[in-house]
Design a protein around this ligand. Sequence first.
Ligand code: OGA
Ligand code: NI
Length: 357
Amino acid sequence: MAVNYEDQTILFDFVVKQGNGVKGLIDSGMSCVPQPFVQPPSERIATLNGQTCEAAQPIDLSQLDGPHHKEVAKQIVEAAETLGFFQVVNHGVSIELLELLKTSAHEFFAQPPEKKAIYLKEVSPSKLVKYGTSFVPEKEKAIEWKDYVSMLYTNDHEALQHWPQPCREVALAFLKSSMQMVKRVVEVLMEDVGVRLEEERMNSLMGTKMVNMNYYPTCPSPELTIGVGRHSDMGMLTVLLQDGIGGLYVRLDNGDWAEIPPLNGALVINVGDTLQILSNGKYKSAEHRVRTTNIGSRVSVPIFTAPNPSEKIGPLPQVVKRDGVARYKELLFQDYMNNFFSQPHDGKKSLDFARAD
Ligand code: OGA
Ligand code: NI
């Protein structure tokens, strides 16, 4: 199909509104990045950053509930307090499943556009499933070089009924086999601030669960585009499977960016805004972004965990008592979420919404 790359309205309609995605653009033979994807210089990732980061050393979760509990818990706490990112191995999710997830992500996006476009927000047969390109393309100065499908979890039955065919079973298996591990990590983080969450409260704080599949098509000029712009995740913890291509960067305290290197068999975990708010700032939601590449198409599969929309979130009383000040106000998670999704990615600006005046 001939696409007029020069006309920005036609291009936007083709990629975003008709659901051809960035992948459709590449498949149509495009060989030069069109203007709407060209990032302002300040957002480009010009040089490949050689910095390795602490998250290159994975934490062995099989040691968490044995004689080495203290050491492992300390590694988790320290990572959450500093980088906000770490990688884990022996996490309880089978390596075969991780491989299947990457294959089925490729399978989903390899489908013809009309098979994916049925899940565009405006027409999706299910509120649980949404397919699209970039984050909020209508509001962004430049569109992110990424197609995605997101699958919200309510229960097993609905997931198997409504999630898209090529990935429903594996995505559900991934969610179910990681939830216990994620909750255990949250418990460890809470223990360190002297908080034991009742089961009911834990379930409410982790009540929103979503599995995404991200597809970053190969890009002819990676230096002009970004896969995902600078942002933090809004929820509690994100668990992420990335493939071997690489390109996930986290911001360090000194402002530099370091890559979270792909490690076969490992899962990446990062702290979201909600956990930063609950811990009154002790745990850092990590600012991160994704580079594009011309060596191949990259897939990643994050699981986002967040509170129920009706849950009130704010710094935990025990932590405020210890700190002598509440750095964030109490708010309804629904309001935080609405604000988060109403604006383009802009680093950690999302947290301003919760900051105490
Ligand atoms: C995200 C994200 C990183 C990646 O989806 O929020 O940061 O590696 N993804 O795809
Ligand atoms: Ni993210």
